[in-house]
Design a protein around this ligand. Structure first.
Ligand SMILES: [Zn+2]
Length: 199
């Protein structure tokens, strides 16, 4: 244990994902020795990112405006919607350059152990988007793990009544992992080879 504010810093850093107690201590001491100007810049960007970055009111991707860049882009196909868990998945899919439609970010996956059910995800908002019939295909691009599969199965059932084409990414993605960890080529292939979710 350290004194006062140093321990506060270590505690705060230790609450970040993937930062264990040792790393938190290492980062804290790095900051203590760093140039005040560099530390100030880090502090400013932390405050600024919370103040400026919002979620797109349509797809819930991160955005600095009410609508994100992808939703505003008239060249993106409005009839195909790709449903993902997190906005980092949008980044991963965009990198493949395989997809020209729009997105819907659920904000997670169904996980009873973590107390996350359908009501905690942006499923109601998804159903609202489908109501006017513009969207004719929904690609379920949830993570290839237990929670992602459960979410996709749930959505397939929910969406059946809309009479859409519902597809899943082709197999070949590393099972048990996150979509974002798949390399571009594999993810691109999984997109191109997507299959009906009703099979
Ligand atoms: Zn958007």
């Amino acid at each position: 244990m350290y004194e006062g504010v140093i321990q506060d810093l270590i505690d705060e850093l230790g609450r970040l994902p993937g930062v264990g107690p040792k790393s938190a201590q290492r980062i804290a001491f790095h900051l203590l020795q760093a140039d005040p100007v560099d530390v100030r810049r880090l502090a400013d960007v932390l405050v600024e990112v919370k103040a400026r970055v919002k979620f797109c009111t349509t797809c819930f991707n991160v955005s600095e405006d009410d609508q994100c860049r992808i939703c505003r882009d008239p060249r993106r196909d409005p009839t195909v919607l790709c449903v993902v868990e997190e906005y980092k998945d949008v980044v991963a899919i965009e990198r493949t350059r395989e997809f020209k439609g729009r997105y819907h970010v659920l904000g997670g996956a169904i996980s009873p152990i973590d107390g996350i059910g359908p009501d905690q995800l942006r499923i109601r908002e998804l159903l609202t988007r489908l109501a006017d019939g513009t969207i004719t295909e929904v690609i379920l691009a949830t993570d290839p793990n237990l929670e992602g599969e459960a979410t996709a199965t749930y959505l397939t059932r929910m969406l059946r009544e809309f009479g859409l084409r519902i597809t899943r990414l082709a197999s070949g993605l590393p099972v048990g992992g996150d979509l974002e960890y798949a390399d571009e080529v594999t993810l691109g292939r999984a997109f191109a080879g997507r299959r009906s979710a009703d099979d």
